[in-house]
Design a protein around this ligand. Structure first.
Ligand SMILES: [Fe+2]
Length: 270
């Protein structure tokens, strides 16, 4: 039986090396065969070093997508290029948008795309929320200077591009006739799993904490493929949540800065 340890929003840049090593030990102790990370691993200037450190320490394959924080202090294109190079160079590091679909022993497939909040849920127009993203990610900062709707357009451009890539991945995966498809993404695709202190985020925050376009893609594909079990793992809100719609299950992990944790062990029974 294969075991995968799911982590999310571990923000390794916020913790010192002693705590990082303790966390890596904890992962090793689970005797998992691989690690899944649904984004917000670190920040652009240090993510390559931290992934290299983690994989050297735990010596297991790490399958991951990135979150908004992983682009902080960087440019999106440069981070993409760094992740492509890293995935190519390291046989145990898999940025899923670059590596593509992964196949596990018992007819389970793994795919993933980063995903971005798309401002479509909640009330973007009247929201006064300004996320650090638009200050910390160069591409979004430029749009923010131009105005609120230019920023929204950029958010949607990023979100829609990843949703299209996810739709392609799903199509490819379904063509393999799997029993189960695990999907990693960063931003929750439904408001039902976009929580803050146990309640659904309000209309001011929802635009920045959910990716409706990803939800639309997932619902359509799951409905058309009722024999396949879909498990979607995400993060971003730091608030634990889960919801099932028939054969589609979505789980969001909890997180506390400075205290990275293992969300759960996923067992792939054959
Ligand atoms: Fe995030």
């Amino acid at each position: 039986m294969m075991k995968l340890a799911w982590l999310t929003d571990i923000h390794l840049n916020f913790i010192d090396d002693v705590i990082r090593q303790k966390f890596y030990e904890e992962i090793i102790n689970t005797k998992c065969d691989g690690v899944l990370i649904s984004g917000d691993i670190a920040e652009a200037p240090c993510i390559v070093d931290l992934l290299n450190e983690m994989v050297a320490y735990i010596n297991k394959p790490i399958y991951f997508v990135l979150g908004n924080h992983d682009y902080y202090k960087g440019r999106i294109k440069e981070v993409y290029e760094a992740m492509m190079a890293l995935t190519k160079k390291h046989d145990k590091l898999f940025w899923l948008p670059a590596s593509g679909m992964q196949k596990f022993n018992n007819n389970t497939l793994l795919i993933g795309q980063d995903g971005w909040a798309d401002g479509r849920l909640g009330d973007y127009q009247n929201s006064r929320v300004v996320l650090n993203d638009s200050r910390m990610i160069a591409d979004l900062f430029q749009e923010k200077i131009l105005g609120k709707y230019q920023l929204l357009e950029k958010m949607q451009q990023l979100a829609d591009a990843d949703a299209m890539k996810l739709a392609d991945d799903l199509k490819h995966a379904i063509g393999q006739n799997p029993k189960k498809i695990i999907v990693l993404m960063h931003v929750p695709p439904f408001k039902e799993v976009c929580l803050h202190k146990g309640k659904i985020n309000d209309d001011d925050w929802l635009p920045f904490f959910s990716s409706k376009i990803m939800g639309d893609v997932l619902i359509a594909v799951a409905e058309q493929n009722s024999a396949i079990e879909f498990l979607v793992l995400c993060g971003h809100t730091h608030s634990k949540a889960s919801v099932s719609y028939g054969n589609l299950r979505v789980e969001v992990g909890r997180a506390e800065n400075g205290r990275p944790e293992i969300q759960k062990i996923i067992r792939l029974t054959s």
